[in-house]
Write a protein that binds this ligand. Sequence first.
Ligand code: SAT
Ligand code: MN
Length: 590
Amino acid sequence: MAAAVTMPAIPANVAEWIAAFARLTGPARVHFCDGSEAEFDMLAARLVAEGKLIPLNPDTHPRCFLHRSHPDDVARVEHLTFVCTRERDEAGPNNQWLPPEQAHARMRELFSGCMRGRTLYVVPYVMGPPDSPYSRLGIELTDSAYVVLNLHRMTRVLPDRVYSRIAGGEPFVRGLHSVGELDPNRRFIMHYPEELAIESYGSGYGGNALLAKKCHALRIASWQARQEGWLAEHMLILRIETSEGEPYHIAAAFPSACGKTNLAMLVPPPAYRAAGWRVSTIGDDIAWLHPGADGRLWAINPEAGFFGVVPGTSRATNPNAMAMLGEDVIFTNVGLTADGQPWWEGLSEGVPAYDWQGRPWRREMGPAAHPNARFTVRASRCPSYSPLAESPAGVPIDAIVFGGRRADLVPLVMQAQDWTQGVLLGAAMASETTAAASGATGVLRRDPMAMQPFCGYHFGDYFEHWLRIGASLRSPPGVFLVNWFRRGTDGGFLWPGFGENIRVLEWIVRRVRGEVGAWDGVVGWLPEEGDLRLEGLALDGSTLSRLLEVDREGWAAELADIGRFLDGFEPRLPERLRERLRALKRALAG
Ligand code: SAT
Ligand code: MN
């Protein structure tokens, strides 16, 4: 097995690491990725020949492909995901834990000989604009050409940059991945933050396999961020320009499949557009946030592409996404029409001929696309993508927004009264589970800062880190809580959502600018009547008051539950959060 002989520019530590993994896994050949379009085309053609990628109709969807994953491999698997630190307490009760030696031993056994007859791909990537001081390096070794194609679109595959920076002494995240046999009983995703290493076996799907995304840019990066004084967050980043042309930047955390992509690509309704409001997209999933020399918080998007949920995407819900889904897209687990077009629930045109597993589709079978079907596309294909996403310094964040899917209690919008309260509300976030992870959907669970599946260390330390970052900022962003998902007694959503969410963003911007007041709802500040612009919406008064009510009894029960939830992070829970929670309980009772 002659590994690491073809590219002389590879630093010795990288070459040794690749050679050791090749010795363990025994591939037939090693392919060093160059990140070029020619490489993409060559690998896509190879997968098409193997039947693992289906070219879509070239007239309607040029350069688009469909991939069908194994039916047992369609989402993240939190129960098989581990954070392996030397001390169990470092991983915290929010993570599954194994001692590193034990995890390495288990993975060595699985990896042993697993790539016989296969190609081992070496994918060196940069997370973040390559010239940004906040960018970070990683290399994924994988036996999946589908993973390589996805990394081509979602990261910056730049071997020269990566190898020369590593040769200069820069650390990099080491990702090892094999699809193995795609056997759910032989599947693990292990993280070793102390070693900047990831080992993943047995899945070819999404966050389990595209190690640059959740594994690197969130779990490992959150650990690095704590050491280095920044934050790695599960947040979209958007830029909003007011009718006066003033720009603001918002970072917003929502759990997976709760509308981050749609919000990041929001198209304002006609009246707002006519008045000059504009929204552009910097990122749809991950933000790396750094305190700047000016005392503000600055954000970069470490990714270069989107891995978005397909079902529900339409011209009505996300016209920007629809515009980018016509060309150069990898679809995973969507249905297919008779003339080779991708199809999913929510599209108004076309009918599926095949479901996501390739079975002839009939209405009785239910959805044709898997609910966690995804598109993979380069960010630059998005009409609302902002050139500022490539800015090495990033953008200054004016507001942080936390949001989840909650049928009741949490109002449409409220503002935390200060950073500490913002951290408390973020830590207490709860949301109904979605198809992005395996397991039951629609179950309410706590998901602090939308990071429950992604924080690479103890939540108690994480909350403390958030408080410390806030204290270090001279001009911290305002912190807001939103909920687009309140339901009425008939089960329907009370708020229209999508483009209309700009009405809430406008209020947030006006609050940040200090232009409007707010009433004190104890748990947060809420819009005064008339400050939330609602012209043109068919909302009756009672719906509006439901959307903006603070149900004191409901909140008293909620605060008690939050207290019990936070108890789980003792003794590392910051006393300041506990104090603030007590103060809120007293104020609510009084
Ligand atoms: O599968 S991923 O983890 O990449 C998508 C998500 O859950 O947000
Ligand atoms: Mn996500």
